[in-house]
Write a protein that binds this ligand. Structure first.
Ligand SMILES: Cc1cc2nc3c(=O)[nH]c(=O)nc-3n(C[C@H](O)[C@H](O)[C@H](O)COP(=O)(O)OP(=O)(O)OC[C@H]3O[C@@H](n4cnc5c(N)ncnc54)[C@H](O)[C@@H]3O)c2cc1C
Length: 483
């Protein structure tokens, strides 16, 4: 895909359009469906163009967890007190550096309304709590701590509350979530054209306004006029090798790319070619699920120097980002006989030995380094304390009963699942902004085609679908209002 591939077509060269709508939405994943529903509710005639035969995208392959809070009915029913202010404090702190205050504020203040909106679209949430943190429950239970809110350092900065909301279904909820949303799209009579891949925008050279798109459908070019605006909801770029190596080479070391073919960066490139800026392109969600089940967090993570670098009880996404970006993806989880168990997908010990010195020799860690780390850790753990990283007391336990086990949790050995978080820079209404901060007229973006709403990092599991749905709705409304 070269730059010219995505260059917009001049509106002057278009003699006639094949189709017309007020708002044209590109892509029917979570962001596109929410944008389309809201644009229609705002009175616009909407057309959705989707490259696959049907909607769903990566959203339909996901865990379906959605980050919501500020006092949702599920939080209340489960006895958790939360307010938009506490949620704001957490998201602000967890999104530094570069936290986007305005968007975080909007999201926190609108989160309860968004919950009700999702239920009104047919997405049910059971009023129940699942105590195992990190990821969606295997049952139909809803609420989980999905961002380490009750762990160091966040628990001291904001009152902890679980905010990961899983739609009410057993197992992975992404397919069910998207089925319910797509059913609503169909019930509302929205026009959806599948097998239509959008390749370029149409732009008026006089004022830079985006006035349509060029697609391909059944081998034929398709010109579509957008009277009010185009909303790009075409996913991220984790499946595009060239873009990944250019913008986020370290993510290419992850063993699992969490995406579908549509995440080829085309939406981002089309927006760029029309004058949109891109931001935080080097960032990604990096899940290292070595501490699932969370009881394994009673072990300790060490780096190549045999030193700890994080509190092991936090969200595995924080551990993944720390391990990949700051420890170069070379980390190990140390357990003893009392703490060892098989992890997610039957994850097993790489080395087992009667002494830590033997483990050092077998794994190639510097002699004495792991012993020193463990001796310091055990001394304080005997008192239930972790003065270095403040792991919660109930997870702190001396590791002293042989045999000892070391799980190689490096990028070459463990699951590192990643998707991209950078994309088009958007304002609070989803308008695509140029490098000068001025909106490209008629152009909107949401979901992974836009940069994640909160700033750096990935505050908690569920943040991407929350962003895609909440800001997708805003983009749809803004495009509909752009008469
Ligand atoms: C295994 C897995 C688990 C995950 N779990 C979670 C989770 O629990 N919670 C969470 O928040 N996030 C999760 N994620 C991430 C999340 O699924 C995505 O970030 C999110 O779904 C992105 O939504 P979207 O609407 O931007 O993109 P998508 O859902 O991918 O929708 C984009 C749509 O655009 C279409 N499209 C692409 N290009 C074009 C084009 N040129 N023309 C026309 N159509 C086009 C695609 O076919 C697709 O249908 C997970 C991801 C994976 C893979």
């Amino acid at each position: 895909m070269s730059a010219s591939d995505c260059a917009p077509r001049s509106a002057r060269d278009v003699a006639r359009y094949d189709l017309e709508a007020d708002v044209v939405v590109v892509g029917l994943g979570m962001a596109g469906a929410c944008a389309a529903l809201e644009a229609q509710a705002a009175g616009a005639d909407v057309l959705v163009l989707e490259r696959a035969s049907g909607g769903g995208g990566t959203s339909a392959n996901s865990g379906g967890l959605i980050y919501l809070g500020g006092g949702t009915p599920v939080q209340k029913a489960c006895g958790f007190e939360d307010t938009p202010e506490e949620m704001f404090r957490f998201l602000l702190a967890a999104s530094q550096p570069g936290a986007r205050e305005e968007k975080i504020r909007l999201f926190c203040e609108g989160s309860v309304e968004h919950f009700h909106w999702l239920e009104a679209q047919g997405v049910p949430f059971k009023r129940s709590f699942h105590p195992e943190p990190g990821m969606e429950s295997p049952t139909d239970d809803c609420l989980v701590y999905s961002g380490g809110e009750d762990c160091h350092p966040w628990s001291a900065l904001a009152r902890p509350a679980p905010r990961g909301h899983k739609p009410q279904t057993e197992g992975k909820a992404g397919p069910y979530l998207m089925q319910r949303v797509l059913d609503t799209v169909a019930r509302r009579g929205l026009r959806v054209r599948g097998d239509t891949r959008v390749g370029r925008l149409v732009q008026d050279p006089a004022d830079g306004r985006v006035v349509g798109v060029v697609g391909r459908s059944a081998g034929e070019a398709l010109l579509v006029r957008a009277r009010r605006g185009v909303v790009l909801c075409a996913g991220g770029f984790v499946m595009n090798d060239a873009m990944l190596f250019r913008h986020a080479p370290i993510l290419a070391r992850c063993s699992m790319r969490a995406g579908t073919d549509g995440d080829d960066g085309r939406g981002i490139r089309m927006g760029q070619a029309a004058g949109g800026d891109v931001v935080r392109m080097g960032q990604g969600e990096v899940a290292l699920p070595t501490t699932i089940p969370n009881r394994l967090s009673r072990g300790i993570f060490v780096n190549r120097q045999g030193q700890r670098f994080i509190n092991e009880d936090t969200y595995y996404g924080h551990i993944g980002i720390e391990s990949l970006f700051r420890q170069q993806g070379r980390v190990y989880l140390l357990l003893d006989e009392a703490t060892y168990e098989r992890g997610l997908l039957g994850l097993q010990a790489t080395w087992v030995a009667e002494s830590v010195a033997e483990l050092e020799a077998e794994s190639g860690l510097p002699r004495g380094a792991l012993e020193a780390t463990l001796s310091f850790y055990n001394r304080h753990a005997a008192q239930g304390e972790d003065p270095l990283f403040h792991k919660r007391r109930e997870r702190v336990q001396p590791l002293e009963r042989p045999p000892f086990a070391l799980i190689d949790s490096g990028t070459h050995a463990a699951i590192y699942a990643t998707f991209t978080l950078g994309g088009l820079e958007t304002g609070a209404a989803g308008e695509v902004l140029g490098p000068d901060g001025v909106a490209v007229p008629g152009l909107y973006a949401a979901g992974r085609t836009a940069a994640l709403f909160c700033g750096s990092g990935y505050p908690g599991s569920g943040s991407s679908l929350a962003d895609a749905s909440f800001f997708g709705r805003r983009a749809g409304r803004a495009a509909a209002a752009n008469a």
